[in-house]
Design a protein around this ligand. Structure first.
Ligand code: MF3
Ligand code: CO
Length: 249
């Protein structure tokens, strides 16, 4: 799939789809509490997405059986919501979701703590979020994607954590996943050249331990190999002439 440049009208729709996702993340963040199940999160999130006239883009994507990915503790991404997965105080929960408005996609992820969490867990969440902002300092027309990837990697590794290699960010637009791939590791000065009007999802997945991951028997849930905690932070970003605009913030 080629890298596409979006028109002003298309960007408006993606921005609106992004604004709605941010509202859903805020609502879910406020609703989280011990005793809730990950299926409750899926139901509530889907209901809010639809209440704004959007469709949840993950539902049935490559056979994915839910609207939202909810990944708990050592689960990195693609956790399938379940009524058996009950949140408890101290858990960290990564919520990843996409919305489609009139055929145009937005995609965003946040990691939240349930009740009081450990300082280590909070630090992992903070470093993961900040790594995204370290990366977007380099996003602008004419920059190389490797500048962004390497800034994310360096920031994460300077805090003693690792970036997942097996999963990456992506272009986004009329499809949830478009070119280019957007890795969270790499070399400055290398990779795809960014251009104004491109839209990409930048999504660092950060493990407290080693970067190796495995997929569970459900064929979806990605977990850390070493059982360490993992956090995720993602926004849909529009590249502009002299920087970028975050469409999901
Ligand atoms: N959340 C993933 C991404 O950010 C995509 C989810 S795949 C799905 O790219 F099948 F779970 F929807
Ligand atoms: Co994504």
């Amino acid at each position: 799939m080629p890298v596409t440049i979006k028109s002003a009208r298309e960007i408006e729709l993606m921005k609106e789809a992004g604004r709605i996702l941010e509202i859903v993340h805020d609502e879910l963040g406020k609703a989280l509490h011990p005793g809730m199940t990950t299926l409750d999160i899926d139901r509530l999130g889907e209901e809010i997405i639809r209440s704004y006239g959007c469709e949840p883009s993950f539902l049935n994507y490559n056979g994915y059986p839910a609207s939202i990915c909810v990944s708990v503790n050592d689960e990195v991404v693609h956790g399938i919501p379940s009524k058996r997965a009950i949140l408890k105080e101290g858990d960290i929960i990564s919520i990843d979701m996409g919305a489609i408005l009139d055929g145009w996609h937005s995609d965003a992820a946040r990691t939240f703590g349930v009740g009081k969490i450990s300082d280590e867990a909070q630090n992992l969440i903070d470093v993961t979020r900040q790594s995204f902002f370290e990366g977007i300092k380099y996003v602008k027309h004419g920059a190389k994607l490797g500048d962004v990837s390497s800034a994310i990697q360096q920031y994460v590794e300077s805090h003693g954590y690792s970036v997942v290699r097996d999963l990456v960010g992506h272009g986004i637009g009329r499809n949830l996943h478009e070119d280019p791939s957007v890795p969270n590791f790499g070399k400055a000065g290398h990779g795809v050249k960014l251009a104004a009007g491109m839209t990409i999802a930048i999504e660092p997945m950060v493990n407290a331990g080693d970067y190796h991951v495995a997929v569970l028997d459900d064929d979806w849930t990605v977990v850390t190999d070493d059982g360490s905690l993992s956090a995720h932070y993602e926004n849909t970003v529009l590249i502009t002439k002299d920087g970028c605009e975050i469409l999901t913030l």
